[in-house]
Ligand binder design. Structure first.
Ligand code: C5P
Length: 340
């Protein structure tokens, strides 16, 4: 996942060589973490085309990195914001949420703002159910706000985040875990699980479009209330305080707590076989994250998850071949970096 470099085409930036160059401003940067859905209960389609959700989101250690600098070395530079993406040729550039986040902030601000140069280093697979693009968008809102010294109230940032995508408010809240409801904009923070946990991620090479999975969900008809019940139960348990081994013990029941599983497997039937194969090999329940296709398993430590990842990459089983396989920390300690 390295070496490829895509640079958004410039759209007629104006430079003024007659002006005195000013020193290059410092780079600002932040990690943009992935998320997992421990549960995902989906209601029916609403009038606005979205579905009411109830989901437990967890921030996990796998992260992209977003860097930004003010692009204008010359006073008065009015060129466009730019984005360079490294690490994943599948990641869109021109309509990337990073540029849309900056454009949204710019549109809501009076007066000119200097152009920004973003660099996005991708590690989270695209279209995988891990929220990578949404996390990048939240990171862009933060960094652009800091670069332009804007002072938005947290509620304003959340409102902008919701306009960028349903998962973006969770990332803009910058919390380790949350109950996420509504379209995705109602985020109730939950405490992190106590103790260290590891997670194994397996993302098949064929990716899934979130919109297509929700459309398949509509055609399949309503699901039962297992996911909704599990979500309520887990939210209660987490808010009372949950230890890592307790969560690992819940994995077998959480496996049934994603309402999008039937829709995801209808669009990608091989996901069913992959899950069976991984469960046989690893002797662990495999859960679907979001609209998929990433499957994940919980481990009592990062080392255990890393060993499982190594065991899989060593194999030449046809089903897991070509998959993105990674292990990471399930709980991300509160940051030494500060987004708020
Ligand atoms: O908000 P986002 O751009 O991530 O959503 C992508 C698509 O997923 C939407 O266009 C919609 O079809 C579907 N979706 C939904 N209900 C949600 C979130 C997403 O139907 N709560």
């Amino acid at each position: 996942m390295s070496g490829s470099e895509i640079v958004a085409p410039e759209r007629g930036g104006i430079t003024r060589p007659d002006r005195k160059p000013r020193p290059r401003p410092p780079l600002l940067e932040t990690p943009a973490f992935a998320k997992l859905n421990l549960t995902l209960a989906v209601g029916s389609r609403r009038g606005d085309g979205f579905h009411d959700l109830r989901s437990i989101f967890l921030r996990v250690g796998l992260s992209d990195r977003l860097v930004v600098a003010l692009r204008g070395e010359i006073e008065g530079d009015v060129g466009p914001d730019t984005l360079e993406v490294r690490g994943d040729p599948r990641c869109p550039v021109e309509d990337n949420l990073v540029l849309r986040a900056a454009a949204l902030l710019r549109a809501g601000t009076r007066g000119p703002l200097p152009p920004l140069a973003f660099r996005l280093e991708k590690a989270i697979p695209v279209g995988a159910g891990l929220g990578g693009g949404s996390s990048d968008a939240a990171a862009a809102l933060e960094l652009a706000g800091r670069a332009w010294a804007l002072a938005h109230a947290p509620a304003e940032v959340l409102e902008l985040a919701a306009r960028l995508g349903s998962d973006v408010p969770f990332f803009a809240m910058d919390v380790p875990a949350a109950l996420v409801e509504g379209r995705g904009e109602n985020v109730t923070p939950l405490p992190a699980v106590r103790g260290r946990l590891g997670v194994l991620l397996v993302t098949p090479p064929a990716r899934l479009s979130t919109g297509a999975v929700f459309a398949a969900f509509d055609k399949l008809g309503p699901s039962g209330d297992t996911a909704a019940r599990m979500t309520r139960r887990l939210a209660d348990a987490l808010s009372r305080g949950m230890d890592a081994p307790q969560l690992v013990d819940e994995a077998a029941s959480l496996r049934r707590a994603n309402d999008l599983w039937p829709a995801a497997t209808q669009l990608q039937p091989e996901l069913e076989g992959l899950r069976d194969e991984l469960e046989d090999l690893l002797e662990r329940p495999m859960l679907l994250s979001g609209s998929g296709p990433t499957l994940f398993a919980l481990y009592p430590s990062r080392v255990d998850a890393a060993n499982a990842a190594r065991a899989l990459t060593g194999r030449s089983r046809p089903r897991s071949m070509g998959a993105f396989i990674a292990s990471t920390d399930l709980t991300v300690p509160d940051r030494p970096w500060s987004r708020r």
